[in-house]
Design a protein around this ligand. Sequence first.
Ligand code: SAH
Ligand code: SF4
Ligand code: F3S
Length: 478
Amino acid sequence: MQSIDKKYVYINTIGCQMNVYDSEQMIQHLEPMGYTASPSFEKADLIIVNTCTIRAKAEQKAFSFLGRLAKIKEKKPDMIIGVGGCIAQQEGRNILERAPFLDLVFGTHAIQRLPKHIEKITSKRCRIVDVEMASEIEELEFEKSIIPMQSAEGVSRFVTIMRGCDNYCTYCMVPYVRGREMSRDPEIIVKEARMLVASGVKEIFLLGQNVNSYGKKEGLCSFHELLSRINGIEGLLRIRFTTSHPKDLTEDLMRSFADLDRLCHHIHLPVQSGSNDVLKRMNRRYTKEVYIEKINQIRNICPEIAITSDIIVGFPGETENDFKQTLELLQLIEYDGLFAFQYSDRPNASASGFPNKISETIKQDRLNELLEFQGRITKKRNRALIGTIQEVLVEGFSKKETKNSPARKDPDYQLTGRTSTNKIVNFVCDDTSMNYRTMIGQIASVRIEKAFPHSLWGKLDRIDLTLTKIKGEESYAA
Ligand code: SAH
Ligand code: SF4
Ligand code: F3S
């Protein structure tokens, strides 16, 4: 057997959490070939750009990074450069023309074939394009393509539970670049989550474009059943998931927020617009009224739940009145946080052929107005938490000391984590004899003293051992 040379791979991940998971998968697949992930691209033998095509801006970001790589490749011709992810799937061979220095273009369903391609490129110095997609009957292929994580660092880890999307919202590229919706076997998901927890992970973040329809097509268990099985994993402190499509949000799933003790009290439920006309043209398949009803229902079941959303401004044909209705909806619902985007024309997505496109200036004005409007709401909701004690899962040390924190110079001093409602909390502790490092991965009770637009600030109240002590594990107090 040939000895394996140690080589470095650098992956630049652009886009959503699914790309983050896929990048980890790429590393899992490359490790047996001797590759180790490198934090910088200077010493890399292989560079991969894992791309996103959701909006034109994400595409520009990928191509500007590729522009930088062209110069590096001139100096290091042996270095292999590959483009993966959603632009690779969309553009295929065309990318080779735009970036002639590329060695590999591989789509969203080709990750498991990465080692084979790299081997061929290394030995034959050829260029490869692989954008083949698995068909619906090839579900097993999907399962085989994922190498469950054996161990992991960090407090929170993503686990993809399904891929693709069947919804065809008229603005969206995802169905075209990720393919048909396919769910993973619950047994394997639970096994993967268990392994992560055994290696020290405290929070599992389940991913899918529409988790509410998990398992339906394949006749697997429902999403709330999957949650309930993961909730039973000993040692796991928290479960999160994203994204939920409002049309598929069931009462059973809503009840999970009250019934499952580890499920975090946060739901990301993208509404996209507050106008029924726009929603119809977006093919979202719910009305504003149905959406509001679901929000009321979920707040009845779990009153403290935090709700966040996505909004697109300037969808083709969006009138001033449509936009006003979106603001009214924000006022009514009072989201805890919002991601807002200017509508971006995408190839394949049917809205790119819709009439009455909105000018860039109007889109920018509407976005600014909406962000300012929501900013006031978020501030109000965050301020309401001042004086309360929040349970924070400690993720690590906070990098930047906010100007309002005590004037201590030690950068390791301030800890950071999230509440169950997904609010970032930076906090300090008066007891300077404490070994802060042991608090990472534990749940700390923090008294909130200040609220900022995107985070809270507080002081450690206590570490709740009943929540954090895990059988056989050394606890903070020990
Ligand atoms: N599956 C998720 C969303 C995935 S994409 C869902 O259905 O909610 C994330 C967000 O990007 C979307 O919610 C939408 O707000 C935004 N988005 C998608 N396509 C877009 C486009 N063409 N222009 C602007 N924003 C877009
Ligand atoms: Fe895109 Fe709609 Fe599918 Fe979300 S549900 S990924 S917005 S097509
Ligand atoms: Fe982007 Fe692909 Fe995710 S288009 S948002 S990386 S599914």
